[in-house]
Design a protein around this ligand. Structure first.
Ligand SMILES: [Fe+2]
Ligand SMILES: [Fe+2]
Length: 309
């Protein structure tokens, strides 16, 4: 039996005061999270659609049950990111176009790609989340705590639930199409699509959020993964960030090496996300949610301290 829990967390993004640069102490991290928010509704809808289609094909009822809980968690994430995006769109209306473009791109995949490809995509991407997000949660004191609490809480919740369901996308893929070689072969086309979405979102940020409103931090993200774009964003970082404000500043080198090793391992044939070690903050988050569900939306001001240290 799956022990995934579907939690309905609602964040108060009702005001028009949600900052674009929600953590000025770590601007590159803030804009990276904004990018995740703009990915989320399209990507998570894509997952929900593919997983719904896969469930009737799954021979093992326990796998089907996990798939159902996983897609319901993703639907909750999508709803929360939509409310974050709505707050940003109220202030910078042009961003609506950006989110529409992202959703249209994922809908196009749903309409044109095989079910195997659409299940391989999240299996590939979600396997990277535990090593990738672990560093963020382990350094919560620098990356989340100094920022806007509503936005911080949204990302902490999303990242811990990604870890909770870290095996689910692979379970679904393997139940329907247990073929490692096909999954590995799919990686380049998935990376190509992720790059496309990155370009859409970063161009949208640059076009619709004025520099004086914090929009200049969009230039800290490379428009895709190429030598040229990464070099350009590093040059901008020198101008827009103070020393010590880079996303991974203060993160020990061995943790960064472990993250990179984890990302590479996550695509290997014998990798099982269930074996991954969870950050202390993830364990604490689940406990605190059970004690007081209100802590999820306001991690730093409800109940006791949310620090990991
Ligand atoms: Fe999610
Ligand atoms: Fe996920």
């Amino acid at each position: 039996m799956s022990d995934l829990q579907v939690r309905r967390v609602r964040f108060d993004f009702s005001g028009a005061d949600v900052p674009f640069n929600w953590n000025p102490e770590r601007p590159a991290f803030a804009v990276q999270c904004n990018l995740v928010s703009f990915f989320a509704p399209g990507f998570e809808k894509f997952i929900v659609d593919a997983t719904r289609e896969a469930i009737p094909l799954m021979p093992n009822p326990a796998d089907a049950e996990e798939a159902d809980l996983y897609l319901r968690q993703e639907a909750q994430h999508s709803a929360a990111h939509r409310s974050h995006i709505r707050a940003l769109v109220r202030r910078w209306p042009g961003l609506q176009e950006t989110v529409d473009e992202v959703i249209a791109s994922y809908d196009q995949l749903t309409a044109t790609k095989s079910l195997e490809w659409r299940l391989a995509y999240p299996a590939i991407v979600e396997a990277t989340f535990t090593p990738y997000f672990k560093v963020f949660l382990d350094h919560e004191d620098k990356l989340f705590r100094p920022g806007d609490e509503r936005v911080s809480s949204l990302f902490i919740w999303h990242f811990v639930e990604e870890m909770e369901h870290r095996s689910s996308a692979l379970v679904v893929y393997n139940a329907v199409h247990n073929d490692y070689r096909y999954r590995a072969k799919t990686i380049p086309s998935v990376v190509k699509h992720l790059n496309e979405i990155m370009r859409i979102v970063i161009r949208g940020f640059k076009a619709h959020v004025p520099a004086e409103d914090g929009g200049d931090i969009a230039a800290l993200l490379p428009e895709g993964v190429s030598f040229k774009t990464i070099r350009e964003s590093r040059q901008v970082a020198k101008r827009l960030q103070e020393p010590g404000q880079a996303t991974y500043d203060g993160v020990p080198k061995r943790e960064l090496v472990a993250m990179i090793v984890g990302l590479v391992r996550s695509q290997g044939p014998r990798f099982d996300p269930a074996d991954e070690r969870l950050p202390v903050l993830a364990e604490r988050w689940f406990e605190r949610y059970d004690e007081d569900p209100n802590s999820a939306a306001r991690w730093y001001s409800v109940g006791r301290s949310g620090s990991t240290r």
